[in-house]
Structure formats: C-alpha cells, structure tokens
Design a protein around this ligand. Structure first.
Ligand SMILES: Cc1cc2nc3c(=O)[nH]c(=O)nc-3n(C[C@H](O)[C@H](O)[C@H](O)COP(=O)(O)OP(=O)(O)OC[C@H]3O[C@@H](n4cnc5c(N)ncnc54)[C@H](O)[C@@H]3O)c2cc1C
Length: 278
C-alpha cells in the first residue's frame, strides 16, 4: 500500500510551527502546509523530499502521526548541505515539501499479529508513525513490543513519550551502548534485547530501522528465532535525488529504494544489504 503525491514534482510550501532540539545534532520540525487544501496524506514509514530554495533537497521520513497529516513532523540529523542549513531555520521560516514517497510499514497486513518494533538511534523517527498507528488501533494487534537502542542516554529520542506508549499497552524496552552516571536502565545493544524478548514466531512481524549493520543483526536474530524473513521489514537509506525511480541514484540491485522501498521485506533485500551507499 502506498500513498501517492498529488504530483511527484510539485513542491508545497510549509511554515515551521515549532523547532525542538532532540539530541546533539538532531532537531524535530513541526510543519504546516501554507495551502490547507494541499490534499496531503501519508502512511507510516514513507518519506518526503524537503526542499530549501537555493540549497537543495533531502529525503526525510515523516516522524509524526499519519492520522493527522496536517501536523507534519520531521526529525533531522544535520550531516550535510541541506540538513545543516535546516539546522539554522527558526519558527516561521519556510520549507518546501515534495511527497509523500515510498513504501510503508505493513501495519494493515500485520493486524491480528504480534509486532516487534526494533529501532536504533535516529531509526526511531521513521518508526514513530507506526508506533502511533499501533497505539491508535491497539486492540487490532496482539503483543506489541518496542525495542530501542541508542549510543548513550543523551542520544535517546522522544524520551518524554515512552511512558505514554507503555500506558497505551506497549512493552517498551530501552538500552544504551554506554551508560552515564545517572543511567539506571539497560546497557547493551538493541540486538540483545531482541534475543531476550518472548515471542511466538508464527504470529510475529518485525519492523526495524537504524544503522544497516544493526538491521542486519536484528533481521538475522529474528530469523534465527524462527520468524520468516518475509515477516521482517527493514527500512533502507540510499542517496536519493528524484524520489520517483528515474535518476537511478538509489538503485539497489534491481530495486529502487525510493519507489520499491524504503521499507522492504528482509527476504527481498538480504543478499544486497552488504552493498555500500554510492
Ligand atoms: C528514505 C530515506 C529516509 C530518510 N529519513 C531521514 C530522517 O528521517 N532523518 C534524517 O536526519 N535523515 C534521513 N535520511 C537521510 C538523509 O536523506 C541524508 O542524511 C541526506 O544525505 C542529508 O542531506 P544533506 O544535503 O544534508 O547531506 P548530503 O550533502 O547529502 O550529505 C553530506 C555527507 O553526509 C554523509 N551522510 C549522509 N547521511 C549520513 C548520516 N546518516 N550520518 C553521517 N553522515 C551521513 C554523506 O555520506 C555525505 O558525505 C533519510 C534517507 C532516506 C533515503
């Protein structure tokens, strides 16, 4: 299932309504469309091309609730031209949006199943819309577990939401690679959390996003625990330009990450997942 843009080339202007510093170098922007009739909607896991006039475009996943498409939210790590320029923007500034693009987390297909959401670092951003969906439709799913790992406590995203996710009936488990003086939680990789969680392989779907090496370990850990590779979904990142499968920048074997992904079943991409970004 894919939500499609009105036109893949049309840039809709948005205004920044709020800017929130999340973790070092990572910021969340709340955007609203200048034209309320923009006719925009998206599915959890899809992405937009965010456009800064005179600078360029970057692929950035939606991190907000797809049930409220008018309240668009993106969480961005400043790494290069566009994202560093974005870091200087303030409330009231403009960002162009082209999208939505790509495939989504299979939240409808997973109805009735247990779901494990496994995120590493910034990988929680594209998964947060799936978490909101699972909460909104909580009774349609079995056991829902969120496993989240970051490098340090200071790198954990959305810490003010975990309690609400837990209260909504999700099992939320958080770990860090390296603790701090006041960290009393788990220390270790998110892959270790997966090895400990109780699961019924024939009724469990896994959605994972994070550094590619982490997704490979999560996906193979799930498969080793008896979950079919086709029930494990990974979200891949590749350099992207057009976002509609024309320019070839994000080609990945016979797949284009922009239109055949970014969310893929692991069995479709596992042989390619060692291929470096170009
Ligand atoms: C489908 C999809 C969804 C994405 N969602 C998000 C998102 O929600 N939030 C987000 O922050 N990013 C996201 N990205 C990554 C983002 O598109 C890239 O980081 C993009 O290159 C940033 O554009 P830029 O012009 O700022 O940097 P560029 O000028 O393109 O890149 C500058 C340099 O940074 C390096 N670089 C690129 N990405 C990273 C990284 N992650 N860490 C360290 N160095 C890096 C590049 O190799 C390059 O050398 C997503 C990418 C894809 C394909």
């Amino acid at each position: 299932m894919t939500a499609l843009p009105v036109s893949p080339w049309r840039v809709s202007m948005t205004t920044i309504r709020a800017v929130k510093a999340e973790t070092p170098g990572v910021t969340t922007y709340d955007l609203s469309f200048d034209d309320p009739a923009a006719g925009y909607s998206f599915l959890p896991g899809q992405f937009n091309m965010l456009y800064l006039p005179g600078i360029g475009e970057s692929a950035i996943s939606m991190s907000s609730d797809a049930a409220e498409p008018g309240k668009l939210r993106h969480t961005v790590r400043a790494v290069g031209n566009v994202t560093r320029a974005m870091e200087r923007l303030l409330t009231g500034d403009k960002i162009g949006v082209r999208g939505p693009f790509g495939t989504s987390w299979p939240v409808e297909q997973s109805r009735g199943n247990d779901v494990i959401v496994a995120a590493g670092g910034l990988g929680l951003a594209p998964l947060r819309p799936a978490i909101y969906h699972l909460i909104r439709h909580r009774s349609s799913y079995g056991r829902v577990t969120v496993l989240y790992g970051a490098r340090s406590p200071a790198d954990l995203l959305y810490t003010d939401e975990y309690e609400a996710w837990h209260s909504a009936g999700l099992d939320v488990q958080v770990t860090v690679d390296v603790g701090s003086a006041d960290w009393q939680g788990s220390i270790g990789f998110v892959t270790t959390l997966l090895s400990r969680v109780p699961l019924e392989p024939t009724r469990t779907d896994v959605f994972t996003c994070g550094p590619e090496v982490m997704m490979r370990f999560i996906a193979s850990g799930a498969v080793n625990r008896g979950i079919a590779a086709g029930r494990v979904f990974v979200s891949l990142e590749r350099n992207m330009n057009c976002a509609v499968g024309l320019c070839g920048h994000c080609q990945f074997g016979s797949e284009f990450v922009c239109k055949d992904g970014p969310v893929f079943p692991f069995d479709r991409v596992r042989r390619l997942m060692h291929v470096e970004n170009i």
